[in-house]
Ligand binder design. Structure first.
Ligand code: FAD
Length: 463
């Protein structure tokens, strides 16, 4: 292996190959709580696609596994080097290559933090609509690999809707380009869509053409407490199908979720003790029209049992609400490390059934549960928590039963095991609840075509 490391050093320079234990420990994990850390052989930091290409050729020659990594905020273990080998960090490929205002695109390297793209686009009067709750820490390459969702998916779609073109280094080392600055492109198979969401198993993304849109001029965020979770979630499909309004976001946080965020931030929100809150955002280009929309929405919500409707129509108040919402996951990670954050997604009409069932599942298995997430697009982060007194053994056994019940319920409701966090290692053993053997086999065949030596992120999505 010494010879292998020396060859890596020749490709990227000695300073860009790390082997010291502290550094290896840092790159042995992501933000997924229940997954064991795995120490890699080394971490490499390429700075060009050409270097990535040479690394992949070398890895094939020596049959060494390579795990691509963005910012390590993943919630399914995708960046954990479960087979050892190299962690290939894209952190140093972090340039915004171009903002092309006339074509309304940005060309970026994968290591750019999502929030930087959002901010820079705004300076040009444009808008990057991808907005995972981790936008201040996740990388755009990781968003592409996971097809990240977030809080604006209802109106603007997940990451795949904002990606027009990709430069990718294939597992065998060839550099390919698909898509471009064009909005329409049916030249052969839609390879861009195939790479987006492939969880770093089909190629390493080294450049991304991101679609920007005109920035909506006005925004309003409604904070809506309810004294009953069922009543709150029943209002969601009603708002969507009956109001004639398409909000940017409809987010749910139940009482326990709000507690996590308020503890994390040392801040409270109005009606902190309500059973749950909905956060609804609307945007538009006409100030008066937008005001009519949110007043109309507020009246409907009160008819549906809301305790109050707080309207934030200035930037300061809106950001305060979103900061609170975005702190839930951080609060859980910080204060309840023994948790399992799920990511099931169902057709929106089924949201009430799914959420009410999670409380039953938790009770049957003597677990605590909290629910938060993107109810407006059907995606809920059901999170099971280990009660303090419960033994580790019982937690593992009961969690397993709870997960199988949750997944079977989701499948019966026509849903999917993951809406945005991906399969990674965390969910692969449950895929057969949702997919037939033929469907899984087709995916495995694709992987073999792209990666005949199985060196790129092996053991992720499936074995
Ligand atoms: C507090 C918190 C909130 C979150 N909120 C959301 C949310 O609202 N919506 C959401 O969708 N996710 C959310 N996430 C999950 C996570 O932030 C996303 O999955 C994000 O897209 C991961 O990006 P990353 O740069 O951290 O990728 P990493 O965790 O480093 O990697 C994720 C996967 O992508 C692969 N990968 C990374 N870069 C590349 C590349 N250039 N080429 C090929 N493969 C690559 C890795 O191999 C791995 O499989 C949240 C996470 C946290 C901790």
């Amino acid at each position: 292996m010494r010879e292998f490391i020396e060859k890596l050093q020749q490709i990227v320079g000695v300073e860009n190959v790390k082997t010291d234990p502290d550094e290896l420990e840092r790159y042995s994990k992501d933000e997924t709580s229940e997954i064991e850390h795995q120490t890699p052989l080394c971490v490499v930091f390429p700075t060009t696609a050409e270097e990535v290409s040479q690394i992949m050729k070398l890895a094939n020659l020596y049959k060494v596994p390579v795990t691509p990594r963005g910012a390590g905020t993943g919630l399914s273990g995708g960046a954990v080097p479960i087979k050892g080998g190299i962690v290939l960090s894209l952190e140093k490929m972090n340039r915004i290559v171009e903002i092309d205002r006339e074509n309304m695109v940005a060309v970026v390297e994968p290591g750019v933090i999502t929030d930087e793209i959002q901010k820079l686009a705004e300076e040009y009067g444009l808008f990057y609509a991808g907005d995972p709750a981790s936008s201040e820490s996740s990388s755009i390459g990781g968003n592409v690999a996971e097809n990240a969702g977030g809080v604006k998916v209802m109106k603007y779609g997940p990451t795949s809707h904002h990606i027009l073109g990709l430069e990718v280094v294939l597992p065998t080392g060839e550099i390919v380009n698909f898509g471009g600055k064009v909005l329409k492109n049916v030249m052969g198979y839609d390879m861009v869509r195939l790479f987006v969401g492939s969880e770093g198993t089909l190629g390493i993304v080294t450049k991304i053409i991101v679609r920007l849109i005109p920035k909506p001029k006005y925004f309003a965020t409604l904070l809506v407490p309810f004294d009953n979770v069922e009543r709150a979630v029943l209002s969601v499909p009603k708002i969507l199908s009956e109001s004639g309004i398409l909000p940017t976001s409809i987010e749910l946080m139940d009482k326990q979720s709000a507690l996590m965020a308020s503890t994390f931030l040392s801040e409270n929100i109005p009606h902190q003790d309500a059973e749950c809150h909905l956060i609804i955002e609307v945007d538009g280009t006409d100030k008066d029209g937008l005001a009519r929309t949110y007043i109309n929405l507020g009246e409907k919500l009160q008819q549906m049992g809301a305790l109050e409707v707080y309207i934030a129509d200035n930037r300061y108040q809106r950001l305060k609400i979103w900061k609170f919402r975005k702190a839930i996951a951080e609060g859980i990670i910080a204060f309840r490390p023994r948790h399992c954050m799920e990511d099931v997604s169902v057709p929106i009409k089924e949201i009430p059934k799914l959420i009410m069932k999670t409380y039953e599942i938790a009770e049957e298995n003597k677990l605590e549960v909290l629910n938060f997430g993107h109810v407006g697009d059907g995606n809920v982060h059901v999170t099971f928590l280990k009660p303090e007194q419960m033994s580790e053994q019982l937690w593992k056994e009961n969690l397993e039963k709870a997960l199988v019940d949750l997944y079977q319920t989701t499948a019966k409701l026509g849903g999917t095991i993951t809406g945005e966090h991906g399969i990674g290692i965390k969910r692969k053993k449950y895929l057969s609840i949702f997919m037939s053997k033929n469907e899984l086999d087709l995916m495995k065949k694709l992987k073999r075509i792209f990666d005949p030596n199985n060196v790129l992120n092996p053991g992720k999505v499936f074995d």
